[in-house]
Design a protein around this ligand. Structure first.
Ligand SMILES: NC(=O)c1ccc[n+]([C@@H]2O[C@H](COP(=O)([O-])OP(=O)(O)OC[C@H]3O[C@@H](n4cnc5c(N)ncnc54)[C@H](O)[C@@H]3O)[C@@H](O)[C@H]2O)c1
Ligand SMILES: O=C(O)C(=O)C[C@@H](O)[C@H](O)[C@H](O)COP(=O)(O)O
Ligand SMILES: [Zn+2]
Length: 352
């Protein structure tokens, strides 16, 4: 089981974690934003001041082979051994690429994730999925390689913009949808224009527990873990398509829009209730706006979906759907015509 510390005192907890993991050299990976905004929050620790610093360009466009090679090069040129420890301080981009660098450097070194975005805290830093984007496909290359420890603290959230808060929030919506009506109703009360950080901290800690419980039962995504991919078959297709067309979108936004299509499929194929479908559309449209697609784009989006990792064959598309909130239906193969109808439904729902 992965060690996850939900912390109200990240400096003290980090000092303990570092002292408990045996290592020779320590390296800290950040992106240009987290180097400036988040590193100062832990820099009072002498071990962090003395650590090797690796800084890469920010955002998902940086989750690339080139930046992975930069991390490997830094480790190699600065005397890292199999007993070195890497600290990933950043959002999901940093914990994904840093985790994969750790998985592959000298066939695996230990690492600690300190998520600094809402999305990282509630989802990306936890569960051991690491990797990079490749040939335009999301997380095409990667490994299951869990962090030795994940230190979650909401202290980092105060410098996040509205977009990054909402991006993380959509993964929390996903966790609520796969868990319980009570959780779902609680999440619908959120007002992104007037954030209650105490409420958010509690809700994040609870939301990440939903993921923890699932990962513990199925760490390698053979069955139940596919639930955590709700919204992602369409969401990743939107995200890859957006990147390819030179108008990148935040991961969580793509997931939110993907949820509209996939809850529609859930309604059509598994009887997901209409009322909850409408609640989801209302919340998502109001907070996330719309990603513009036309029907001419459907074939391209379908092509992206054919690369989804849940697919059993190269010609079928496998979805995780719901028959109700908390009632998960994995391995739902959906035909192309119905997928196109779900994209029509998405466009109608967001007013395109
Ligand atoms: N491994 C998993 O299980 C998993 C789960 C969900 C998402 N992901 C991946 O995570 C990535 C998205 O993560 P993300 O949304 O955290 O993106 P990100 O890491 O790109 O961070 C978003 C932006 O916020 C900046 N930032 C980070 N912390 C900040 C802070 N405290 N204050 C101000 N700015 C800050 C970053 O520099 C970046 O510009 C995607 O690549 C997605 O595929 C992985
Ligand atoms: O942890 C998981 O399992 C997830 O699916 C969480 C997702 O939110 C996340 O975006 C993940 O990286 C998607 O993985 P992929 O296997 O579809 O690339
Ligand atoms: Zn995701």
């Amino acid at each position: 089981m992965q060690r996850i510390i939900k912390s109200n005192n990240p400096i003290a907890d980090l000092a303990t974690i570092i002292s408990e993991i045996r290592h020779d050299r320590l390296f800290v990976l950040t992106d240009e934003h987290t180097a400036r905004l988040c590193l100062p929050l832990i820099e009072s620790l002498p071990v962090i001041q003395e650590a090797g610093q690796i800084v890469i360009p920010p955002n998902d466009t940086g989750k690339t082979l080139e930046n992975l090679a930069r991390i490997w090069s830094h480790l190699t040129r600065n005397g890292a051994t199999r007993h070195s420890l890497l600290i990933n301080l950043g959002g999901g981009m940093i914990t994904d690429i840093g985790g994969f660098a750790a998985a592959t450097f000298k066939r695996g070194i230990s690492y600690v994730n300190i998520p600094t975005t809402l999305l990282g805290a509630v989802d990306a830093a936890v569960g051991g999925k690491t990797g990079i984007n490749f040939e335009g496909f999301k997380n095409e290359i990667g490994a299951f390689y869990p962090a030795a420890c994940v230190l979650i603290s909401s202290r980092f959230f105060h410098t996040l913009g509205r977009g990054d808060i909402l991006s993380g929030y959509s993964e929390m919506l996903k966790h609520a949808l796969i868990s319980s009506t009570e959780e779902w109703k609680n999440l619908l009360t959120f007002d992104a224009g007037d954030i209650n950080y105490d409420w958010l901290t509690e809700t994040v800690f609870h939301s990440v527990s939903i993921k923890e419980e699932i990962v513990e039962k199925d760490p390698f995504e053979r069955n139940l873990r596919k639930a955590l991919n709700l919204g992602h078959t369409v969401g990743h297709a939107f995200e890859s398509f957006a990147l390819e067309s030179g108008r990148p979108v935040l991961h969580g936004y793509a997931v939110a829009w993907g949820l509209i299509s996939e809850l529609y499929l859930s309604h059509r194929l598994c009887g997901f209730p209409k009322e909850e479908l409408l609640q989801a559309i209302h919340f998502i449209h109001r907070n996330y706006g719309a990603f513009e697609i036309g029907c001419d784009d459907y074939e391209k989006l379908y092509d992206f979906m054919r690369h989804d990792k849940k697919n059993e064959t190269a010609s079928s598309v496998n979805f995780t759907l719901l028959s109700d909130i908390g009632k998960i239906e994995i391995n739902q193969v959906v035909d192309k015509e119905l997928i196109f109808q779900s994209l029509d439904f998405y466009r109608d729902s967001v007013g395109l």
